[in-house]
Design a protein around this ligand. Structure first.
Ligand code: DGY
Length: 328
């Protein structure tokens, strides 16, 4: 396929240098303004494009894919998670899907640790005192939190990001436990001194901190449901930088309100921006607006990955970051 004839549609504004490179390489249609693309506009784009570059704010379901034009051959997602794309249907229709793994691993892991510290060390409560000008000075019992060192961290999903969280957690003196579809090989597990649990219930029961790092798929939806959340110690906290759908948010909210869990640090929510308003009222909950990978470096590197995936495809090869349904 001749690269110069490829029509690439990008649904959101991307970093300037990424857009400039896209313009150099392809017949590209860039988003005029930033904001989630309207579904009708997206449907039109999928009619005429050879390659679509969406983000997680575009829901590319079976109905949209059914209306895609014959030219559409690659969905080069700007992002690692692909739960907004019906990958299996795309595959059936001969449309490849690629993503941008690796480049947001370290930043997302940093945010996981930041959330643990923020919740356990009560940072937002301290900050509120300073901002409200109501600090009464140092006191032996003021804003006492909990230390990370010596605590058991249970990582749900030990892929790239889970392992990056584990490395950081070791540096903080935490004990690493994990649950994953498959056990890591010894070469990865041993340096982390990580304990594998093939039963999630067992890990949830012993953890002081749970970090959610698995993708959202049909088999991980509500993996942390009301029954499992109730297995957690009342002193435990939960951190989620992956996808909100992995936790039953209403059950979590009820338990936090009832004091059956000590706290939560959340960067993602079950209903996207529709955060349960009751979560916002809780002092032991730190809420962030899905910013785990939000560094300038990651955003540019994500764009570079998209470019490589498109170029490799245009040169007649398999994109390096191809997502196949069996991986999900
Ligand atoms: C991703 O790439 O899926 C991230 O969630 C975006 O921050």
């Amino acid at each position: 396929m001749a690269r110069d004839r490829l029509c690439v549609v990008v649904t959101r504004r991307l970093p300037e240098q990424v857009e400039a490179r896209m313009k150099d390489l392809f017949d590209v249609r860039l988003a005029p303004d930033d904001g989630p693309m309207d579904r009708d506009v997206l449907a039109d784009a999928m009619q005429s494009a050879d390659i679509l570059v969406p983000t997680l704010t575009d829901r590319i379901d079976a109905a949209l894919l059914a209306g895609a034009g014959d030219r559409l051959k690659l969905i080069a997602n700007y992002g690692a998670g692909v739960d907004h794309i019906d990958v299996a249907t795309a595959r059936q229709r001969g449309i490849l899907v690629s993503n941008t793994p690796d480049v947001l691993t370290e930043d997302t892991a940093d945010m996981g640790i930041a959330l643990m510290l923020a919740v356990l060390r009560r940072m937002t409560e301290g900050m509120a005192k300073m901002q409200d000008g109501v600090w009464e000075g140092w006191a032996p019992d003021a804003l006492l939190g909990t230390r990370l060192a010596g605590k058991r961290l249970g990582i749900l999903g030990m892929g790239r990001i889970g392992q990056a969280v584990a490395r950081r957690a070791r540096a903080f003196g935490m004990e690493v436990h994990y649950h994953n579809r498959r056990r890591l090989h010894a070469g990865l597990e041993e340096p982390l001194e990580a304990t594998y649990h093939d039963r999630l219930d067992a890990m949830v029961t012993l953890a002081d901190v749970i970090s959610v790092n698995c993708p959202h798929t049909p088999s991980t939806f509500h993996l942390l449901n009301a029954r499992r959340l109730k297995l957690m110690k009342p002193t435990a906290v939960i951190v989620n930088t992956s996808r909100g759908e992995v936790i039953d948010e209403n059950a979590l909210t009820r338990m936090l309100r009832a004091g059956e869990l000590a706290g939560a640090g959340l960067d993602v929510y079950e209903r996207g921006q529709g955060v349960n308003p009751r979560l916002r009222e809780l002092p032991n909950v730190v809420l962030l607006p899905h910013m785990g990978s939000a560094t300038r470096e990651a955003r540019v590197e994500m764009g570079e990955k998209v470019l490589i995936n498109i170029q490799t495809f245009a040169d007649g090869h398999r994109p390096p970051d191809l997502v196949v349904p069996a991986m999900l």
